[in-house]
Design a protein around this ligand. Structure first.
Ligand code: FES
Length: 137
């Protein structure tokens, strides 16, 4: 049994809304492909989930915490970028840096859907954008 906000032994949690209620995958997937939905992720970190081209949730989630000084940022669908309002950093859809001052790509999490429940796991394998061990481990 896991109380809201706590994580399982493997560090996974259920994606929740601002009020702490679980968000069913079907609620997000009712929106158009390419949509970025913000949920409360691991340790309450705001996390973007994306609807992939195949109409499913992308297995890669992006943590909404700028690697420059930690601002949160919106998704700009016109530029297909995350754009930080604090000092102008820009990130591609996969969270890699397009323009600084951000020094590092955005932190990733793994996303899995099981019977309409969205699970978020810590990303522990190599960072697909750099091919290296993730900087956040
Ligand atoms: Fe995002 Fe500085 S905190 S650019």
């Amino acid at each position: 049994f896991v109380t809201p906000g706590e994580s399982n032994e493997d560090g996974s949690i259920i994606a929740r809304d601002r009020l702490g209620y679980p968000i069913p995958a079907s609620q997000i997937l009712a929106q158009p492909k390419g949509t970025r939905a913000l949920v409360a992720g691991i340790a309450g970190e705001p996390t973007y989930l994306a609807i992939a081209e195949d109409g499913k949730l992308d297995t890669m989630g992006i943590v909404d915490n700028c690697t420059h000084l930690g601002c949160t940022f919106p998704w700009n669908p016109n530029d297909n970028q995350f754009q930080c309002p604090c000092h102008g950093s820009r990130y591609a859809a996969d969270g890699s840096v397009v323009r600084g001052p951000a020094p590092l790509p955005l932190k990733l999490v793994q996303v899995k859907v099981q019977e309409d429940v969205i699970w978020i796991f810590p990303w522990t394998k190599n960072d697909p954008r750099t091919g290296e061990k993730p900087w956040w481990i």
